[in-house]
Design a binder for this molecule. Structure first.
Ligand code: ATP
Length: 257
C-alpha cells in the first residue's frame, strides 16, 4: 500500500496524449513521490516513454502531439499557458537510453548548460560545480586528471555517468531516466543502480525500465502500463509479490510482453 506520509512531488491528473488521431495515453492519474524512485514498466509500446516525456514537456517538441490533463509539480500545472517549457526542463532533467555526451571535453560537457543558463560564472565557481557534479555522479575519481579529454573518449558506463553529472549540474529537482542502463554492461549497470539509490536522497527519480530485476532492486514504487493505461501502481514489492491486477501478474510472470 502507498504510504500516505510520502510527500507528493508530481501530481498527474487525467492525462491524455494523442499522436495525431492515435491516443497513446488514457486518463493517467497518479501521485509520484519526492525522494523516491518510481519505475515505469510494461510491454513495448505501452506508453512508458511517452508518459516520462510528458513530465518535462519533451513531447511539446513533436508537432502532432496533443495533450490534455494536468501535471502539477510543486503546486503548479506545468502545462499552464504561463509556464515556459525551458524552466520545466531545468527543474526536471533527463537521462536517455544511449549515453549522449556533447562532442566537447569532459569539463565542458558538465559546464556548458550551467554557463549558458547563468547558473555559475566562468572560473572557480564553475570549476566547483563541475567537480561537485562529477563527485555526485560517481565519476570524479576516474576523470579528475583528464577533464580536457573528450567526453566521448570514456567508456559507455562512464559516458552515462557523465550525462548524469551534466543533468545534476543544472540543479534539477526531478531526474527522468529512459532505460538508462539498457545500453550498458552488467558492471556499469550496477554502478548506475547504486548511483540512483544515492541520488534519490536529493532528487525525485522516475525511470523507465524493461528490466524487472532492476525495478525490483532500485524502485520504491512501480507503475505498470498496458496499452496506454496505467493498470497498477503501488509499492514495488506489492507489484512483484502480490499484484492486484491479473494483467500485472501476467506481465511480471512473463506471460506476455
Ligand atoms: N513520435 C511519435 N509519433 C507517433 N507515435 C508515437 C511516437 N512516439 C511513440 N508513438 C506511439 O505511442 C505509443 C507508445 O509509445 P512509447 O514509445 O511511449 O512506448 P514505450 O512503452 O516506451 O515503448 P518501448 O518500451 O518500446 O520503448 C506507441 O504506439 C508508439 O508507436
Amino acid at each position: 500500500m502507498i504510504n500516505n506520509e510520502n510527500k507528493t512531488k508530481i501530481d498527474v491528473k487525467g492525462l491524455n496524449l494523442f499522436y495525431g488521431s492515435n491516443q497513446a495515453l488514457f486518463d493517467i492519474t497518479a501521485s509520484l513521490y519526492e525522494n523516491k524512485i518510481t519505475a515505469l514498466i510494461g510491454p513495448s509500446g505501452c506508453g512508458k516513454s511517452t508518459f516520462l516525456r510528458c513530465i518535462n514537456r519533451m513531447n511539446d517538441l513533436i508537432p502532432i502531439v496533443k495533450i490534455d490533463g494536468q501535471i502539477i509539480i510543486d503546486n503548479k500545472n506545468i502545462y499552464d499557458k504561463d509556464v515556459d517549457e525551458v524552466s520545466v526542463r531545468k527543474k526536471v532533467g533527463m537521462v536517455f537510453q544511449q549515453p549522449n555526451p556533447f562532442p566537447k571535453s569532459i569539463y565542458d560537457n558538465v559546464a556548458y548548460a550551467p554557463l549558458k543558463h547563468g547558473i555559475v560564472r566562468k572560473g572557480k565557481e564553475c570549476d566547483e560545480l563541475v567537480e561537485s557534479s562529477l563527485i555526485k555522479s560517481g565519476l570524479w575519481n576516474e576523470v579528475k586528471d583528464k577533464l580536457n579529454q573528450p567526453g566521448t573518449s570514456l567508456s559507455g558506463g562512464q559516458q552515462q555517468r557523465l550525462c548524469i553529472a551534466r543533468t545534476i549540474a543544472i540543479k534539477p529537482e526531478v531526474i527522468l531516466m529512459d532505460e538508462p542502463t539498457s545500453a550498458l554492461d552488467p558492471i556499469s549497470t550496477e554502478k548506475i543502480e547504486a548511483l540512483m539509490l544515492e541520488l534519490k536522497q536529493d532528487y525525485t527519480i522516475i525511470t523507465v525500465t524493461h528490466n524487472m530485476q532492476q525495478a525490483a532492486r532500485v524502485a520504491d514504487y512501480t507503475a505498470f502500463f498496458h496499452l496506454g493505461k496505467l493498470i497498477e501502481y503501488d509499492v514495488t514489492e506489492t507489484i512483484f509479490v502480490n499484484p492486484h491486477n491479473k494483467k500485472t501478474e501476467d506481465y511480471i510472470t512473463g506471460r506476455f510482453g
